[in-house]
Ligand binder design. Structure first.
Ligand code: ZN
Length: 137
């Protein structure tokens, strides 16, 4: 039978494939188990150190940023030029109490736009990349 060979090869290939996939699955299971064990012991060790450090010694300080760098200070200044009052946050469009009450909506918008222009001008100064040219009319 000339048709016997390809079928046989096919069967061998299939067997090999199933063997290989079974092997891969086994490896995967073992690796997963090892990783799980490693993670578990690591977590246990970490929590032990944390609790010990918090209770007995001041050597371990938890309240540090992940990067160790100081936090960036938020700029919370009134957008009106020259005004050094502290802004009241996003709910008040970042204006200080004085300007938030005295300025009209249009004036506030103008002040915000002016500040935006000031800030972006400071950032891109010297590079001349402002105002991209458009091809279309
Ligand atoms: Zn102000």
């Amino acid at each position: 039978m000339p048709r016997g060979r390809p079928r046989k090869e096919n069967a061998v290939l299939q067997r090999f494939t199933s063997l290989a996939s079974g092997f891969a699955a086994q490896i995967e299971r073992e690796v997963r188990a090892q990783i799980a064990r490693a993670v578990q012991s690591e977590i246990a060790e970490m929590s032990r150190r944390l609790f010990q450090g918090g209770k007995t010694s001041g050597a371990v300080k938890v309240e540090r940023t992940a990067t160790g760098r100081p936090r960036r200070k938020l700029v919370m200044e009134c957008p009106v030029a020259g005004c050094k009052n502290q802004s009241r946050g996003p709910r008040f469009s970042f204006f200080c109490q004085e300007h938030g009450e005295s300025l009209s909506a249009a004036d506030k918008k103008a002040a915000l736009e002016a500040r935006k222009a000031r800030l972006s001008g400071a950032k891109t100064s010297g590079k001349g990349r402002r105002g991209r040219k458009r091809k279309s009319a």
